[in-house]
Design a protein around this ligand. Structure first.
Ligand SMILES: [Zn+2]
Length: 92
């Protein structure tokens, strides 16, 4: 995967995952109300959590190919779309 594609995925991945979760809540709306759970609160909090988990997953588990050696590199935490190679140690 290229770094630009990774950037798009890290941006839209959580949005899409949150949207899927919201759709799921819409389907379960009456069930949740019957069980005295606020669907709106569940949707907001759950959507946020799902988005954060997806962002974390993309950061830690989706590799970008290293431009120096071609191996897997992963996003540097807080590095703003920068990646560190696991093999040659270069960041790019
Ligand atoms: Zn490398």
């Amino acid at each position: 995967m290229s770094s630009s594609r990774h950037f798009v995925l890290s941006f839209f991945g959580p949005v899409v995952a949150g949207g899927v979760f919201c759709g799921f809540i819409l389907l379960l709306w009456s069930w949740l109300e019957r069980h005295h759970i606020s669907p709106l609160v569940t949707m907001l909090v759950g959507g946020l959590v799902v988005g954060m988990i997806t962002r974390r997953f993309v950061r830690n588990c989706v590799a970008v190919s290293c431009p120096f050696c071609g191996w897997k590199s992963y996003e540097i935490p807080g590095g703003g779309n920068r990646f560190a190679c696991k093999v040659c140690g270069n960041d790019h």
